[in-house]
Design a protein. Structure first.
Length: 268
């Protein structure tokens, strides 16, 4: 039994626990015997590269962590990890830019795995007004920190308690999925901001269809619902971790404000 086999077995057990799968469940999904899987997890058997990838696939392990499983098993990483400026990622980044531009006059942002802003369209401008702590706008801008920080956007969020509970719950679920230490630190930081912690708040509107994002803009109240878009078939680690958050107006007043703001920007 080698140290790498022991490390791999420990990592597999952790991911299986996160996915709430028994050894038998995973063995059946992967098409192997429970005995074989037990030997792999205990370090008594060295799996092939394909077996590691098969187990990772059935455990829905993110690409970054699949590479770590492979390295723990003594194999080279399979999935590339490029910077967003790498020329080979240009087609994908152009697709991101097309989505962002096409979403105008509604706001949209692209973020990386730690919710740092990679790109944004011009309609995001109203979100950034009145930020007292300008260091929050220094790259890389972490959009979750910016939104909940008491000197960021938080003072302008009309339903801050509700939105805060939503963001913390979403971040917690994401971290359960990807097991990223940096996200754990971010979650702890955001939870420590002044507020009501993880207490859940129900939107008062009986006809609400989603948790709204309600932003004060002068005398107006802008109300949005949001969607998250990811690439469907990524084979690159960086690309697999990119996400686009799109904001849609939830009422006519917000839609009109966004159209007028876009017209004003074009006149400048």
């Amino acid at each position: 039994m080698t140290n790498s086999q022991t490390a791999l077995g420990s990592m597999l057990r952790e991911w299986r626990s996160r996915r709430r799968m028994s050894q038998l469940d995973l063995a059946l999904e992967a098409g192997i015997s429970q005995r074989h899987l037990s030997f792999v997890e205990s370090g008594r058997s060295a799996p092939s590269r394909q077996m590691v990838l098969t187990l990772a696939e059935h455990l829905s392990v993110p690409l970054r962590q699949r590479n770590r499983l492979l390295m723990a098993a003594g194999y080279a990483p399979t999935f590339s990890e490029r910077d967003v400026t790498d020329p080979t990622l240009r087609p994908a980044m152009e697709a991101v830019e097309t989505v962002l531009k096409g979403h105008e006059p509604n706001p949209a942002i692209a973020v990386d795995r730690h919710w740092n802003m990679v790109a944004a369209n011009s309609a995001i401008a109203p979100f950034l007004e009145g930020v007292r702590d300008q260091t929050l706008l220094a790259p890389p801008v972490n959009v979750l920190r910016l939104s909940l920080h008491p000197n960021g956007v938080a003072p302008r969020i009309a339903n801050l308690a509700e939105w805060r509970a939503h963001v913390l719950e979403r971040l917690h679920k994401l971290n359960e999925t990807v097991a990223d230490p940096e996200l754990t630190k971010l979650e702890e930081e955001l939870a420590a901001y002044p507020g009501d912690g993880r207490k859940s708040f129900r939107h008062a509107g009986a006809d609400a269809i989603a948790v709204p994002f309600c932003l004060k803009a002068g005398e107006m109240l802008l109300t949005f619902i949001t969607t998250i878009t990811v690439f469907g078939t990524p084979l690159d680690v960086t690309l697999s971790e990119l996400a686009i958050e799109s904001f849609f107006p939830a009422d006519g007043e917000t839609a009109r404000f966004l159209r007028e703001a876009a017209a004003a920007r074009e006149r400048r």
